[in-house]
Design a protein around this ligand. Structure first.
Ligand SMILES: [Zn+2]
Ligand SMILES: [Zn+2]
Ligand SMILES: [Zn+2]
Length: 127
């Protein structure tokens, strides 16, 4: 039943495993094929963010807490030019700088991102 292509299928992946549906290391709780998770699952919740502590992408900070046993480390401010955000729709990565300046729209595919994520950006990036 689970061939990995069902866009509605949700998968929970815990450390040290990663979800093989994505081109980058990614894990989380009940993650769907566009990186929505148990905690954030509205249509525009399609970004996953990379945490520096384990160099892995997560749909949200709660997913990190529930699938690992360590605290989060944010991407330091001198490395915001590194890929740090995955668009769950086109599965391209954005740098932190591109994400913070993208006006809540994917620069690759035009998908709308949840504007509320920007209000939490201090959880992810040391900006
Ligand atoms: Zn971590
Ligand atoms: Zn989550
Ligand atoms: Zn995209």
């Amino acid at each position: 039943m689970s061939n990995g292509r069902d866009p509605t299928a949700c998968r929970t992946t815990t450390a040290p495993g990663t979800d093989d549906r994505f081109p980058v290391p990614l894990r989380g709780v009940a993650v769907d094929a566009e990186t929505r998770c148990l905690h954030w699952h509205d249509p525009p919740d399609v970004v996953a963010l990379r945490f520096d502590c384990c160099d892995t992408y997560y749909p949200c900070v709660t997913c990190h807490a529930e699938t690992t046993d360590h605290g989060t480390e944010r991407l330091p401010s001198d490395r915001l030019h590194e890929p740090a955000v995955l668009c769950g729709v086109c599965r391209q990565t954005l740098t932190a700088t591109a994400y913070l300046g993208c006006d809540d729209t994917c620069p690759h595919c035009g998908a709308a991102f949840n504007p509320g994520c920007h209000e939490h950006r201090d959880r992810y990036f040391a900006v």
